[in-house]
Design a protein around this ligand. Structure first.
Ligand SMILES: [Mg+2]
Length: 269
């Protein structure tokens, strides 16, 4: 991971699309700061496509797609994308699974939930679980006292024994049935909605993240950026981001935005 300051303005100038994780990448200690929100807004106003790619639930993503200065959102670790068309006032929703599959998967996730809560004391259902459609989120750090890594591994193991996928974010273990992740749904969104194929995406996208559930994105996009707090997870990462910011969380995201905006304004001169 090289310092972000080593990214040249020429390299930054190729970027047109900003994909970003939300928790602990845009937010800071659980809050969306004015500077991080302003960074999103300035990027959007400058003509970048701004697309949060998050593990957060469908209920939140409806709000984000409608009200934040973004072009679309990928939620529940790639279970869907939402794109709000502001002119037509319509929400375009695309789910990886069909409605009947979502229903069957929910019954299987309910069984996993019972097993995790019974066998890993101190874990809890994430408080945003009620607003989720496709996944199960187990809290190990958000509203519960932080659990040791061995417990996080035990939660992951319950999902995997049941044939589910499980990914560790900075606050939750998210698990789901289905062969998708943040990367596959981001690719689908870029192609379906914005007509950006994979070769073009590799050259024009930057991805910002902070934890193991961002790994598929770090691995796929040549220009990937970790905010400084990723150091805490670095030992769990097989694929690390190419660059790392100096600032933590939202400050780090604002640092990336400032660099992209500087590169773009230089281009205009
Ligand atoms: Mg995160």
């Amino acid at each position: 991971m090289k310092p972000l300051s080593q990214l040249s303005l020429d390299q930054a100038r190729a970027i047109r699309v900003v994909l970003t994780d939300i928790d602990d990448t845009v937010t800071t200690e659980g809050m969306l700061t004015a500077s991080a929100y302003a960074a999103l807004e300035r990027l959007h106003q400058a003509g970048f496509l701004v697309i949060p790619v998050t593990g957060r639930p469908a209920g939140w993503c409806d709000h984000i797609a409608r009200m934040w200065p973004v072009d679309a959102v990928v939620g529940e670790n790639g279970a869907f994308y939402f794109r709000y068309d502001r002119e037509r006032k319509t929400m375009r929703q695309h789910f990886w699974a069909k409605p009947d599959e979502l229903k069957q998967n929910r019954a299987k996730l309910d069984a996993i939930e019972r097993e995790v809560l019974a066998t890993v004391p101190g874990s809890a259902l994430a408080s945003d679980q009620a607003y989720r459609i496709a996944d199960l989120a187990v809290d190990f750090c958000e509203d519960v006292p932080p659990l040791p890594e061995t417990d996080v591994d035990r939660i992951v193991a319950v999902f995997e024994r049941a044939g589910a996928q499980a990914k560790v974010s900075s606050i939750h273990v998210n698990g789901w049935f289905g062969d998708y992740n943040k990367l596959s749904m981001a690719k689908t969104l870029l192609a379906d909605v914005f007509g950006i194929g994979w070769d073009e995406a590799k050259a024009s996208v930057v991805y910002a993240g902070d934890s193991p559930n961002d790994e598929p994105m770090f691995a796929a996009f040549p220009l990937s950026v970790g905010v400084a707090n990723i150091h805490a997870f670095a030992h769990r990462l097989k694929s690390k981001p190419a660059y790392i910011t100096q600032g933590h969380s939202g400050e780090g995201f604002a640092e990336l935005a400032a660099l992209l905006l500087e590169a773009k304004s230089g281009q205009a001169r």
